[in-house]
Design a protein around this ligand. Structure first.
Ligand SMILES: [Zn+2]
Length: 412
């Protein structure tokens, strides 16, 4: 059994046509006209394939291929079709199309899996519209209450709840649609990598074993503001001097003390008063540390704070630090990862094992079931922009691996 590249291309190109910013990347917000048209296309395609389609009261679409024993927990695949502002045509849609194509291929070959296999299209994964990323998976997994739809508003001040109602959904009746305990045996999401690794190595498939956890630490270093010309160097308490030393050491701390998978970034820095002729009063910067192992994040945090303390003591500065946000690393199911690897081997499709630095709907699903992910290359590592591209041949290979893995898990 093999997936059909042309059908994948047709799905992705058709959905790409539903775009509110043609010529400037793709923008398709949840509940927009473009989103509704894309949903109509998909539902028609699912029905044409012979799948049982249901849409819940916030718009998540589920399409089911019945297994031999319909009472068994189901195997799920899928992703999302909403985009960021001026995004690309492959983020999310590649996974939806690959899942749909896997089911089309099963139906075409008259293959009935042991348990039912479902394709899911999650609502509002990106979250630029209602500032509620992963809304569909968060609510379906019970991580957030349905009432949270009333607390997230778009730029026009319309809540996600009201926007859903305007499209004919009834979120007040959403509770009965939430995933039930034991309902889902496993979930596999195919997604574009959104980075350079697979493209650089020219490997079509990445088998994702873990998703990195992340900590944002804010460090504020305070000194004494003074005249940049009149203050001799040995009479300064310059917080920029201290901040620069700490920031410049981050790379060494990460590469020498933490794990090979740890990464650290200073991406935001604020200087007060931020004038060319004034020794600053304070400098504030954030450190983003990620790793699939929690200890990597902890080591960087500890060493960074120790170094900041030493540096501030030496230069007569004061400092404070606080954690702005934190997410735990997610380790995917060994069983699912193994099934994906076996499927790639069966089909002689080259793959590497890798980790994800970004969160996806599957990460939420990992709290309630066994999860795995398949990455396909992003050309040049570009994503969330008009240039976002993945070779259709690579998506087809990823879909073939997905197809094999879905069958293996349904039989396990
Ligand atoms: Zn995505």
């Amino acid at each position: 059994m093999e997936c059909n590249k042309d059908r994948i291309r047709l799905d992705i190109e058709t959905i790409a046509g539903f775009n509110s910013t043609p010529g400037q990347g793709t923008t398709r917000f949840t509940y927009s006209d473009e989103d509704i048209k894309a949903r109509e296309y998909l539902i028609k395609e699912m029905e044409r394939t012979g799948l049982k389609v249901s849409v819940d009261q916030m718009g998540n679409i589920r399409a089911r291929l019945d297994g031999k024993d319909d009472s068994l927990p189901i195997v799920m695949t899928g992703s999302h079709i909403d985009t960021v502002t001026n995004g690309g045509n492959f983020d999310g849609v590649a996974g939806v199309s690959a899942g749909l194509e896997a089911l089309r291929t099963l139906v075409e070959n008259k293959f009935q899996p042991e348990c039912s296999i479902e394709l899911i299209v999650f609502v509002e994964e990106e979250g630029p519209n209602f500032k509620f990323p992963l809304a569909g998976s968060r609510i379906l997994t019970g991580k957030f209450p349905v009432s949270s739809l009333k607390k997230h508003f778009n730029s026009k001040g319309v809540s996600m709840h009201d926007a859903a109602v305007a499209r004919g959904f009834d979120p007040s009746d959403m509770r009965r649609h939430l995933f039930k305990e034991g309902e889902i045996k496993a979930m596999i999401e195919l997604h574009i990598e959104q980075s350079v690794v697979l493209d650089e190595l020219s490997v079509p498939v990445g088998v994702v074993g873990a998703v990195a956890g992340r900590k944002w630490i804010e460090i504020e270093i305070a000194g004494k503001s003074n005249h940049a010309g009149a203050t001799p160097m040995n009479f300064r308490n310059d917080p920029m001097d201290g901040a620069a030393k700490v920031i410049a050491s981050l790379r060494d701390i990460v590469t020498e003390s933490a794990n090979p998978t740890t990464v650290g970034t200073v991406g935001k820095i604020d200087c007060f008063p931020n004038e060319p002729n004034v020794i600053p009063e304070k400098v504030c910067f954030t450190v983003d540390v990620r790793d699939i192992e929690k200890d990597g994040i902890e080591i960087v945090e500890r060493e960074l704070i120790e170094l900041t303390e030493e540096t501030c003591e030496k230069h007569g500065l004061e400092f404070s630090s606080r954690v702005l946000s934190e997410t735990e690393p997610i380790i995917f199911s060994k069983k699912v990862v193994e099934s994906i690897i076996e499927s790639a081997k069966d089909k002689c499709i080259e793959y590497i094992e890798m980790n994800s630095g970004a969160l996806h709907d599957s990460c939420l699903m990992a709290e309630i079931t066994d999860v795995g992910m398949i990455f396909v290359p992003s050309v040049g590592g570009r994503s969330h922009c008009a240039e976002e591209t993945t070779d259709y041949e690579d998506i087809k290979k990823g879909a073939d691996v997905l197809l094999g893995a879905l069958i293996k898990i349904s039989e396990a």
